[in-house]
Design a protein around this ligand. Sequence first.
Ligand code: TYD
Length: 208
Amino acid sequence: MKGKFIVFEGCEGAGKSTQMRLLSEYMTAKGISHILTREPGGSDISESIRRIILDGKNSDMTDECEALLYAAARAQHLADTVEPALLRGETVLCDRYIFSSFAYQGYGRGLSLSFLEEINAFALKKFMPDIVLFLDIPSENAFERKHGADPDDRMEQAGSAFHARVYHGYKELLRLYPQMTAVDCSGTKYETSAKIAALLEERGLIGR
Ligand code: TYD
């Protein structure tokens, strides 16, 4: 693949979209062509699947159905959006990827990691990111930042114990997946953004 694939992960309210926007501005100023996209979603069909997954009315959805829908949205998003951009030589900045499935459906819901690895291996074929930036802020602080959970969002309504398991799950994943790097987010959003840009430059993922 010609382009670089950069993934942002973290708990709700960790500041992924803000950091992606700041990185995008930095890359635009440097003339680095890139796209911003997200999971679940990032293409027409995947955005439709997203609405089904997150719809607060779908409270009866089984954990298995949820995991398969995330993987289905992922397969379509890769084909429609990620692969074409990488082939064009553009850098892809993606909000969430398989690590969200491992953290939320695995550590959060309690599904086995081997089941999740299996369905996701089928969905994603060869697409592994060049780096996964985990924005490290505990779930309780992250929810405070965004002023509580959204009542219409099924995942945000899963409760504080669920989100604490997700955060600790990410910490485990950092040990299991060498592509994952934790970014300390205790400073201002500009300090975090400068750390991210420096890290990506150091790794040769964005030009100097
Ligand atoms: P999103 O709006 O992206 O949440 P946030 O803005 O907080 O990142 O909604 C995505 C939700 O879906 C979020 O609660 C995390 C969850 N999710 C999973 O549970 N598994 C997955 O594989 C993915 C991609 C997301």
